[in-house]
Design a protein around this ligand. Sequence first.
Ligand SMILES: Nc1ncnc2c1ncn2[C@@H]1O[C@H](COP(=O)(O)OP(=O)(O)OP(=O)(O)O)[C@@H](O)[C@H]1O
Length: 274
Amino acid sequence: MNQRPDHMMLTARDDGIAKGDVLLEARNISLAFGGVKALTEISLNILKGEIRAIIGPNGAGKTSMLNVINGFYTPQQGSIVFRGRERRAMKPHHAVGQGIARTFQNVALFKGMSTLDNIMAGRSVMMKRHIGWQMLWHGPALKEEIAHREKVEEIIDFLEIQHIRHTPVGKLPYGLQKRVELGRALAMEPSLLLLDEPMAGMNLEEKEDMSRFIIDVNQQRGTTIALIEHDMGVVMDLSDRVAVLDYGKKIADGTPDAVKNDQGVIDAYLGVPR
Ligand SMILES: Nc1ncnc2c1ncn2[C@@H]1O[C@H](COP(=O)(O)OP(=O)(O)OP(=O)(O)O)[C@@H](O)[C@H]1O
């Protein structure tokens, strides 16, 4: 893979939290769907600047946890503290406004639109001026439009997707669609980026590329990342800390090495014999 361009200027939004301090804390979260307990009294935190993984078997509650963090679901019990502010419920668009962006398990792009337009759509949440005003196409609106376009171009360079900028994303191979989806999330300049199975459905080379992008986003932009992933090689390589869920409960939380060697995790998920 090529070296990253030196001009990468995009950074995570300044959230006023020092590296290593708690950026987000989930406190005692319980969530049920009718009789199904998706999450039971889960507490975990995400530190500024880290790559945090949430792992566990199918149905363990991982996606539900991401959905609570970004306001898709409101838990029956518990709260989320983000950048020092506690909340019970939050709408997803407020999450974006506060600096939380995410990608989805199944790519959720506008399939008929080009790569460029999909990433611009992510950027549009940061555009202040009214669309009608932008259509006048002069003065401050034009300047703002140009500035946003520059940011989007930087993301396209960064993710090395210049060659597909005008391709409708529905026509792209799955691995590239996932990359475009990452680009759309980055266009929101999140301070916390949530990735739901970023490697799912990818071949080895695509996984290596995506791993590199995730590390670069974290290291070069200073973006804090929380990810769900089933590929244990990837999880253990990328993550600073790993939380393990099983049947909606947290059964372990620690460094990759500690989690790998935890007998409870081995029994519930990793499946290595005693
Ligand atoms: N919207 C929903 N309505 C009803 N039940 C749900 C809903 N979302 C999740 N669940 C249930 O909650 C539990 C946890 O699901 P969740 O999708 O969070 O698990 P997961 O760990 O992400 O699984 P996977 O690895 O298969 O994606 C499961 O039993 C699931 O069926």
